[in-house]
Design a protein around this ligand. Structure first.
Ligand code: SAH
Length: 340
């Protein structure tokens, strides 16, 4: 349930088993309400009802609570909501490429249910307060070369909170399993017998090029794409693989690739790629400051230095990049004239 009302100092009854009602309790408290919790219908007395503006029945015992309210003579609006899911579990949530409205419905549901949310830097953190009011929010974001909370500590915290019986959400940018350390976190939880759900997210590897007008595949132009992490320089074998991908018309997408861009483009050309191959750097996708720098392998280092390209950005290499240039319509006409 989304709760955006300001209920400052409004007395609200939250009726239900404390474990079931814990999320409702946190949400109404976060909205400013004076929450009065009652666990059992037999305990509903006049003191709890004094001045109450709203009763929230949590769980399925609707009839018993309604009867108890009637017996006590309470005349208040009643809302019902489902019991919070049991805690003691972790949900790895892919938050998409950063825009709040690119969270999936399932991601929103997991956040609504969370007692604690560990949030990455590139996750849509603005949505958390709205969707999960009252949840404890712990920023654990990393920037390139700066990890204020080390990955091992993040995993320890997730495990500690889940073992304490809380519903833990780990909110990540993009998809948890695309350079998101999702598998490591899964392993850490599995080692303690903690159940884990994984909610997929829209990966920046596909969506950020798309936001810049670049489809990673295009019939008769590119029918394959590879997504690589440029976090550490590529080996000669990897560069040779990418050059082969390019020779087959495929698209190369590199995340975390800005710092090592000179190494990438030099390595691709050394491995036989055509220096005229189009390349784009798409920075800060889905923000007001999204920007594309379109170039070629031969000119990319110079052009990106002149533009001052920085992280976060997605690098795209291949003929599909021509769709982000002024020659787009001519290119589309040329390609579609040949096939389909
Ligand atoms: N799991 C994420 C990727 C994490 S690695 C996913 O599936 O998208 C982080 C890298 O993703 C950044 O360095 C950058 O290369 C890319 N990235 C994520 N969000 C981005 C955005 N909004 N704009 C540009 N690049 C982005």
């Amino acid at each position: 349930m989304l709760l955006t009302a300001d209920l400052t100092d409004v007395p609200v009854l939250v009726l239900g088993d404390p474990a079931d009602a814990r999320r409702a309790h946190h949400r109404y408290t976060a909205a400013g309400a004076e929450v009065r919790a009652v666990a059992d219908p037999a305990e509903l007395g006049p003191a709890a009802l004094e001045g109450v503006a709203l009763a929230v029945i949590v769980g399925t015992a609707l009839r018993r609570w309604r009867d108890a309210l009637d017996r006590a003579g309470a005349r208040v609006p009643v809302v019902q909501e489902p019991a919070a899911r049991p805690g003691g579990r972790v949900t790895l949530v892919g938050g998409g490429p950063g825009a709040d409205d690119l969270l999936t419905v399932r991601a929103v549901q997991a956040l609504q249910d969370a007692d604690v949310v560990f949030v990455d830097r590139l996750a849509p953190s603005g949505a958390v307060d709205l969707v999960a009011p009252g949840a404890e929010v712990v920023p654990v974001g990393k920037t390139p070369g700066h990890h204020p909370v080390p990955q091992s500590r993040i995993q320890e915290l997730m495990v500690e909170h889940a073992l304490a019986g809380r519903a833990v959400v780990r909110l990540k940018g993009g998809d948890p399993y695309v350079f998101g350390r999702g598998a490591e976190e899964l392993a850490a939880c599995a080692a303690h017998g903690i159940p884990v759900d994984v909610v997929p997210g829209i990966t920046s590897a596909v969506s950020v090029p798309g936001a810049a007008g670049i489809p990673v595949t295009f019939r008769d132009v590119s029918r394959m794409f590879t997504v690589a992490s440029g976090h550490v320089p590529f080996s000669e074998a990897e560069l040779a693989h990418f050059a082969g991908l390019g020779a087959a018309g495929g698209t190369l997408v590199v995340l975390m690739g800005v710092a090592n861009l000179p190494h990438l483009v030099a390595g691709l050309v050394r491995a036989g790629a055509d220096p005229a191959t189009p390349l784009a750097v798409v920075e800060r996708g889905f923000t007001q400051r999204q920007r594309s720098t379109v170039s070629t392998l031969a000119r990319a280092v110079e052009d990106c230095a002149a533009a001052g390209c920085g992280s976060p950005a997605v690098v795209v290499v291949g003929p599909v990049v021509r769709l982000a240039t002024a020659e787009r319509d001519a290119f589309l006409a040329e390609v579609t004239a040949h096939g389909c």
